[in-house]
Design a protein around this ligand. Structure first.
Ligand SMILES: Nc1ncnc2c1ncn2[C@@H]1O[C@H](COP(=O)(O)OP(=O)(O)OP(=O)(O)O)[C@@H](O)[C@H]1O
Ligand SMILES: [Mg+2]
Length: 252
Protein backbone atom coordinates (compact mmCIF):
# COMPACT_ATOMS: atom_id res chain seq x y z
CA UNK A 1 0.00 0.00 0.00
CA UNK A 2 1.27 3.45 -0.96
CA UNK A 3 0.40 6.70 0.77
CA UNK A 4 0.03 9.98 -1.13
CA UNK A 5 -0.37 13.12 0.98
CA UNK A 6 -1.78 16.19 -0.73
CA UNK A 7 -0.27 18.76 1.56
CA UNK A 8 0.86 22.36 1.93
CA UNK A 9 1.40 24.66 4.86
CA UNK A 10 -0.75 27.14 2.94
CA UNK A 11 -4.56 27.15 2.86
CA UNK A 12 -6.83 27.48 -0.16
CA UNK A 13 -4.29 26.36 -2.77
CA UNK A 14 -6.25 23.42 -4.21
CA UNK A 15 -5.30 20.54 -1.91
CA UNK A 16 -8.80 19.12 -1.57
CA UNK A 17 -9.55 19.54 -5.28
CA UNK A 18 -6.34 17.70 -6.08
CA UNK A 19 -6.89 14.93 -3.54
CA UNK A 20 -10.33 14.11 -4.96
CA UNK A 21 -9.18 14.11 -8.60
CA UNK A 22 -5.99 12.16 -7.91
CA UNK A 23 -7.88 9.57 -5.89
CA UNK A 24 -10.33 9.10 -8.77
CA UNK A 25 -7.49 8.74 -11.29
CA UNK A 26 -5.77 6.21 -9.03
CA UNK A 27 -9.00 4.23 -8.65
CA UNK A 28 -8.94 3.39 -12.38
CA UNK A 29 -6.25 0.82 -11.63
CA UNK A 30 -6.07 0.39 -7.87
CA UNK A 31 -8.19 0.06 -4.74
CA UNK A 32 -8.14 3.55 -3.28
CA UNK A 33 -9.05 5.14 0.03
CA UNK A 34 -9.29 8.91 0.36
CA UNK A 35 -8.75 9.88 4.01
CA UNK A 36 -10.25 13.29 4.74
CA UNK A 37 -8.27 14.82 7.62
CA UNK A 38 -9.86 18.27 7.59
CA UNK A 39 -12.78 19.28 9.88
CA UNK A 40 -14.20 21.25 6.92
CA UNK A 41 -14.86 17.79 5.38
CA UNK A 42 -14.63 19.25 1.88
CA UNK A 43 -13.40 16.12 0.12
CA UNK A 44 -16.04 14.08 1.96
CA UNK A 45 -18.62 16.54 0.58
CA UNK A 46 -17.18 16.54 -2.95
CA UNK A 47 -17.49 12.76 -3.08
CA UNK A 48 -21.09 12.99 -1.88
CA UNK A 49 -20.54 11.20 1.42
CA UNK A 50 -22.12 12.26 4.71
CA UNK A 51 -19.65 14.21 6.88
CA UNK A 52 -19.89 11.94 9.89
CA UNK A 53 -16.98 9.99 11.31
CA UNK A 54 -18.15 7.08 13.41
CA UNK A 55 -16.56 7.36 16.85
CA UNK A 56 -14.84 10.66 16.06
CA UNK A 57 -11.28 11.61 15.18
CA UNK A 58 -9.77 11.03 18.61
CA UNK A 59 -10.86 7.39 18.81
CA UNK A 60 -9.62 6.90 15.25
CA UNK A 61 -6.10 8.26 15.73
CA UNK A 62 -5.80 6.53 19.09
CA UNK A 63 -6.61 3.22 17.43
CA UNK A 64 -9.92 2.68 19.27
CA UNK A 65 -12.09 2.77 16.14
CA UNK A 66 -12.00 -0.07 13.65
CA UNK A 67 -11.15 1.82 10.47
CA UNK A 68 -13.16 -0.59 8.35
CA UNK A 69 -16.36 0.42 10.16
CA UNK A 70 -15.77 4.13 9.60
CA UNK A 71 -14.97 3.86 5.86
CA UNK A 72 -17.73 4.70 3.36
CA UNK A 73 -18.14 3.68 -0.26
CA UNK A 74 -18.50 6.38 -2.91
CA UNK A 75 -20.47 6.23 -6.16
CA UNK A 76 -17.16 5.51 -7.91
CA UNK A 77 -15.74 2.05 -8.34
CA UNK A 78 -12.75 1.16 -6.12
CA UNK A 79 -12.89 4.54 -4.38
CA UNK A 80 -13.78 4.68 -0.67
CA UNK A 81 -13.67 7.60 1.76
CA UNK A 82 -12.73 7.79 5.39
CA UNK A 83 -14.95 10.80 6.10
CA UNK A 84 -14.15 13.80 8.25
CA UNK A 85 -16.38 15.76 10.58
CA UNK A 86 -16.13 18.48 13.23
CA UNK A 87 -14.32 16.13 15.62
CA UNK A 88 -11.09 16.77 13.65
CA UNK A 89 -10.95 20.20 15.29
CA UNK A 90 -9.62 18.43 18.39
CA UNK A 91 -7.23 16.11 16.57
CA UNK A 92 -4.08 18.04 17.58
CA UNK A 93 -4.94 17.58 21.23
CA UNK A 94 -5.75 13.91 20.71
CA UNK A 95 -2.41 13.34 18.99
CA UNK A 96 -0.57 15.29 21.64
CA UNK A 97 -2.01 13.06 24.36
CA UNK A 98 -1.40 9.79 22.52
CA UNK A 99 1.69 7.61 22.76
CA UNK A 100 3.87 7.66 19.62
CA UNK A 101 2.23 10.99 18.87
CA UNK A 102 4.10 11.56 15.59
CA UNK A 103 3.30 8.12 14.17
CA UNK A 104 -0.37 7.65 14.95
CA UNK A 105 -1.48 8.12 11.34
CA UNK A 106 1.03 5.61 10.05
CA UNK A 107 -0.19 3.13 12.69
CA UNK A 108 -3.84 3.57 11.69
CA UNK A 109 -2.86 3.18 8.03
CA UNK A 110 -1.17 -0.11 8.86
CA UNK A 111 -4.64 -1.60 9.43
CA UNK A 112 -5.69 -0.76 5.89
CA UNK A 113 -2.78 -2.22 3.98
CA UNK A 114 -4.67 -5.38 2.95
CA UNK A 115 -7.75 -3.59 1.66
CA UNK A 116 -6.20 -0.74 -0.33
CA UNK A 117 -3.38 -0.25 -2.81
CA UNK A 118 -3.30 3.53 -2.49
CA UNK A 119 -4.36 5.91 0.27
CA UNK A 120 -4.70 9.61 -0.57
CA UNK A 121 -4.60 11.99 2.39
CA UNK A 122 -6.51 15.26 2.08
CA UNK A 123 -4.66 17.39 4.61
CA UNK A 124 -5.61 20.63 6.33
CA UNK A 125 -3.07 23.45 5.99
CA UNK A 126 -0.50 24.13 8.70
CA UNK A 127 2.69 22.78 10.22
CA UNK A 128 1.35 21.01 13.28
CA UNK A 129 1.72 17.63 14.93
CA UNK A 130 -0.82 16.37 12.40
CA UNK A 131 1.44 17.59 9.60
CA UNK A 132 4.37 15.71 11.08
CA UNK A 133 2.21 12.58 11.22
CA UNK A 134 1.25 13.12 7.58
CA UNK A 135 4.85 13.49 6.40
CA UNK A 136 5.89 10.39 8.35
CA UNK A 137 3.09 8.31 6.84
CA UNK A 138 3.54 9.51 3.25
CA UNK A 139 5.52 7.93 0.41
CA UNK A 140 4.88 10.97 -1.78
CA UNK A 141 3.84 14.51 -0.86
CA UNK A 142 1.90 16.19 -3.66
CA UNK A 143 2.23 19.94 -3.21
CA UNK A 144 -0.06 22.42 -5.03
CA UNK A 145 1.56 25.83 -5.55
CA UNK A 146 -0.24 28.90 -6.79
CA UNK A 147 1.90 30.68 -9.37
CA UNK A 148 2.90 33.67 -7.25
CA UNK A 149 6.23 34.92 -5.95
CA UNK A 150 5.20 33.61 -2.52
CA UNK A 151 4.91 30.03 -3.70
CA UNK A 152 8.68 29.52 -3.53
CA UNK A 153 8.29 30.20 0.16
CA UNK A 154 5.56 27.54 0.60
CA UNK A 155 7.79 25.08 -1.20
CA UNK A 156 10.74 25.94 1.05
CA UNK A 157 8.58 25.49 4.16
CA UNK A 158 7.38 22.05 3.06
CA UNK A 159 10.93 21.12 2.08
CA UNK A 160 12.14 22.05 5.58
CA UNK A 161 9.46 19.92 7.22
CA UNK A 162 10.30 16.95 4.99
CA UNK A 163 14.05 17.34 5.48
CA UNK A 164 13.66 17.21 9.26
CA UNK A 165 12.64 13.54 8.84
CA UNK A 166 15.01 10.61 8.70
CA UNK A 167 13.00 8.77 6.05
CA UNK A 168 11.82 11.38 3.58
CA UNK A 169 8.89 11.15 1.19
CA UNK A 170 9.39 12.45 -2.35
CA UNK A 171 7.88 15.90 -2.89
CA UNK A 172 6.07 16.47 -6.21
CA UNK A 173 5.18 20.13 -6.70
CA UNK A 174 2.84 21.39 -9.40
CA UNK A 175 1.19 24.66 -10.38
CA UNK A 176 -2.37 24.97 -9.16
CA UNK A 177 -5.04 27.55 -10.09
CA UNK A 178 -3.01 29.11 -12.91
CA UNK A 179 -4.43 32.14 -14.70
CA UNK A 180 -2.32 32.67 -17.81
CA UNK A 181 -3.86 36.11 -18.41
CA UNK A 182 -1.78 37.34 -15.47
CA UNK A 183 1.84 38.20 -16.14
CA UNK A 184 2.92 37.15 -12.64
CA UNK A 185 1.37 33.72 -13.23
CA UNK A 186 3.01 33.30 -16.64
CA UNK A 187 6.36 34.24 -15.13
CA UNK A 188 5.98 31.81 -12.22
CA UNK A 189 4.85 28.99 -14.57
CA UNK A 190 8.03 29.49 -16.61
CA UNK A 191 10.40 30.04 -13.68
CA UNK A 192 9.32 27.65 -10.89
CA UNK A 193 10.10 24.34 -12.67
CA UNK A 194 13.42 25.80 -13.81
CA UNK A 195 14.68 26.75 -10.36
CA UNK A 196 12.97 24.25 -8.03
CA UNK A 197 13.93 20.59 -8.35
CA UNK A 198 10.69 19.27 -6.84
CA UNK A 199 8.54 20.91 -9.53
CA UNK A 200 6.83 18.77 -12.17
CA UNK A 201 5.58 20.17 -15.48
CA UNK A 202 1.92 19.91 -14.39
CA UNK A 203 -0.14 23.10 -14.59
CA UNK A 204 -3.78 23.02 -13.45
CA UNK A 205 -5.60 26.05 -14.88
CA UNK A 206 -7.95 28.22 -12.85
CA UNK A 207 -11.29 27.38 -14.42
CA UNK A 208 -15.02 27.28 -13.70
CA UNK A 209 -14.99 23.61 -14.68
CA UNK A 210 -13.10 22.81 -11.48
CA UNK A 211 -15.46 24.99 -9.45
CA UNK A 212 -18.35 22.89 -10.79
CA UNK A 213 -17.11 19.94 -8.73
CA UNK A 214 -19.02 21.43 -5.80
CA UNK A 215 -22.33 21.29 -7.68
CA UNK A 216 -21.71 17.95 -9.38
CA UNK A 217 -20.14 16.42 -6.26
CA UNK A 218 -17.83 14.45 -8.49
CA UNK A 219 -14.24 14.50 -9.83
CA UNK A 220 -13.83 16.86 -12.77
CA UNK A 221 -13.01 14.19 -15.35
CA UNK A 222 -16.35 12.45 -14.73
CA UNK A 223 -18.35 15.40 -16.10
CA UNK A 224 -15.71 17.24 -18.18
CA UNK A 225 -13.33 14.59 -19.53
CA UNK A 226 -12.06 16.87 -22.31
CA UNK A 227 -11.15 19.76 -19.99
CA UNK A 228 -7.52 20.85 -19.66
CA UNK A 229 -7.84 20.45 -15.87
CA UNK A 230 -8.87 16.79 -16.28
CA UNK A 231 -5.77 16.15 -18.38
CA UNK A 232 -3.59 17.90 -15.83
CA UNK A 233 -4.84 15.75 -12.95
CA UNK A 234 -4.40 12.59 -15.05
CA UNK A 235 -0.81 13.62 -15.79
CA UNK A 236 -0.21 14.43 -12.12
CA UNK A 237 -1.39 10.95 -11.16
CA UNK A 238 0.81 9.38 -13.87
CA UNK A 239 3.86 11.11 -12.38
CA UNK A 240 2.83 10.16 -8.85
CA UNK A 241 2.28 6.51 -9.80
CA UNK A 242 5.62 6.38 -11.54
CA UNK A 243 7.36 7.87 -8.48
CA UNK A 244 5.64 5.21 -6.37
CA UNK A 245 6.66 2.52 -8.87
CA UNK A 246 3.09 1.27 -9.02
CA UNK A 247 2.43 -1.47 -11.54
CA UNK A 248 1.68 -0.44 -15.13
CA UNK A 249 -1.72 0.81 -16.19
CA UNK A 250 -4.42 -1.79 -16.61
CA UNK A 251 -3.11 -3.97 -13.79
CA UNK A 252 -4.47 -3.82 -10.31
N1 LIG B 1 -8.13 24.94 -10.67
C1 LIG B 1 -9.12 25.59 -10.06
N2 LIG B 1 -9.93 26.43 -10.75
C2 LIG B 1 -10.93 27.10 -10.13
N3 LIG B 1 -11.21 26.98 -8.84
C3 LIG B 1 -10.44 26.17 -8.09
C4 LIG B 1 -9.35 25.43 -8.66
N4 LIG B 1 -8.77 24.70 -7.68
C5 LIG B 1 -9.46 24.96 -6.56
N5 LIG B 1 -10.46 25.84 -6.80
C6 LIG B 1 -11.43 26.40 -5.84
O1 LIG B 1 -10.70 27.11 -4.85
C7 LIG B 1 -11.21 26.84 -3.56
C8 LIG B 1 -10.10 26.24 -2.69
O2 LIG B 1 -9.73 24.98 -3.24
P1 LIG B 1 -9.47 23.73 -2.31
O3 LIG B 1 -10.59 23.56 -1.34
O4 LIG B 1 -9.16 22.58 -3.18
O5 LIG B 1 -8.17 24.24 -1.55
P2 LIG B 1 -7.50 23.67 -0.22
O6 LIG B 1 -6.05 23.89 -0.36
O7 LIG B 1 -7.97 22.29 0.04
O8 LIG B 1 -8.13 24.65 0.89
P3 LIG B 1 -8.02 24.44 2.49
O9 LIG B 1 -6.63 24.85 2.86
O10 LIG B 1 -9.09 25.37 3.02
O11 LIG B 1 -8.29 23.01 2.79
C9 LIG B 1 -12.40 25.93 -3.75
O12 LIG B 1 -13.56 26.70 -3.78
C10 LIG B 1 -12.16 25.28 -5.11
O13 LIG B 1 -13.35 24.96 -5.77
MG1 LIG C 1 -8.84 21.41 1.74
Amino acid sequence: MKVVAVYSVKGGVGKTTTAVNLAWEAAKHARVLLWDLDPQAASTYLLDVKPKLKGGAEALVRGRTKVGQAVRETAFEHLDVLPADESYREVELALDHARHSTQRLAMVLGDMAKKYDVVVLDCPPGASLLAQNIIRAADVVVLPLQPSPLSARSLAQVRDIVHAERIRPTVLGFISMADRRKLAHRTAIAELPRVEKEMTDVVVPYTVVVERMGAERAPVATFAPQAEASDAFARLWELTASTLKLRPRGKR
